[in-house]
Ligand binder design. Sequence first.
Ligand code: GLC
Length: 545
Amino acid sequence: MAVSDWKKSVVYQVYPKSFNDSTGDGTGDIRGIIEKLDYLAFLGVDYIWLTPVYESPMRDNGYDISNYYEINPEFGTKEDLKALMDEAHEKGLKVMLDLAFNHTSTAHPWFVESKKSKDNPYRDYYIWKDGTYDSPPTSWESKFGGNAWQYDDNTNQYYLRLFDVTQADLNWDNEKVRSEIYEMINYWIDFGVDGFRFDVVNLLSKGEFKDSDGPGKEFYTDGPRIHEYIHEMNRRTFGGKEIMTVGEMSSTTIDHCIKYTAPEREELNSVFNFHHLKVDYPGGEKWTDASYDFILLKETLMKWQLGIHEGNGWNAIFWCNHDQPRVVSRFGKDDTEENRVRSAKMLAISLHGLQGTPYIYQGEEIGMTNPGFSRIDQYRDVETLNAYDILREKGYSYQQVMDILKKKSRDNARTPMQWDGSPHAGFTDGEPWIETAPNYPEINAEKAVADETSVFYTYKKLIEMRHEMEILTSGDIRPMLMKDRNLFVYERTLDGESLLVIANYSDKYVAWPEEVARDGEVLISNYDVKDNELRPFEALMIYRK
Ligand code: GLC
């Protein structure tokens, strides 16, 4: 499929550290991914996106890059990456790399230099500001907790770090920084990659450095020169080439996302936004164990669907990634095998009817669940460990914090991919860097592929439909029954064709709504035959012409 077909493509996200270990050291690697290419080709996806595999101290599992031009030896070598790309291409798969350049690791040589003195030629590669020992330059908060400025007593200044203390924000207003990054992007284009995911790319342009009543997001989110920088990057690197791009957008708006993706603006192909995954953050607070707001979920998804469609932009559509809990545990139900399978399929069907490029995160296609960790020593993620300290300091009991992390920690997505029923789910012959979810004897890829009624085949079918049905790509969307407390319903339409998507998000029986016609051909569903009512977690796509 050519890049011009990226609107019909489906992307599979691989988190290399947890995907497949070929060496027995307990950490996944590039050779391990090569071993599983047949599996991915059989699933039918078009692209695989690898989260960062470059040299890194791995404080944030690779999003803290210390050398953009080398592969982290834990993952393998450049030859391995080349082999992965060659073998993927032979099987009709394309490979996207992930680039984080809002920040580098503080172990990056640029930062090591920058830190040395105020007149170092690299000083201006990062954002250094005055402050006093106990009073940082602004009140901004780090996304991983605490103030966003880190004091350095060598030069008595602070550097900005919107994420971990070892992730120093680059100064994009410095033309030299931009040129270095463009050169590096071109290096990977010449290397032969087929696309990029750009990490938190809407945070590059910082505006004024002022105190804020909140965390300070308004000063650097979709900042004053952001569109200029992304357009410049497009022109000087991937623009006009067969390269698919997706930008991760933090706390963004529909208007900005239209600008990022409207083709005539020459910025990016597509964007991720996260508003629909904040529906279990009451009052904007992630660290609670609150259940999710179903009406808000529908409203948010539909607002974005309609807004982006109207503005001629392009969304990525997704439930899961390496930063999010498993969707079946979050918006479905994983208490019994029956509920797990039904709700995982229902979530897949109701998402894959939307407009945008669908993303599947490793293990989602077999309905993997949160692992249910109950002790802090089971967690590895830097954000989670920070949150633990902060919540404990605020006076939460150990048990309360465990209940929250069990639902919200990023490690819920990062446990080893469950390949089969052998020890550690067949992920490694050694000791995995993070524990495997205990349910791997029942939930694994080998079992799923062997059973044509499994979640895997629902995903496989949805991918085929995406490739074949123009209505899924370009049809209009009409939200229905937005106030209904159980059902998520919408209709896609194109040139006299209609595709109705109806999904019961509850574990109860719900009468078929009068407003919704029942005739037509059922193209996909998670139950055998159409009934007078919608059964627990039932979902269907019905086609009419
Ligand atoms: C993105 C990544 C996340 C990382 C952060 C900082 O949100 O998805 O994993 O921690 O950026 O790079």
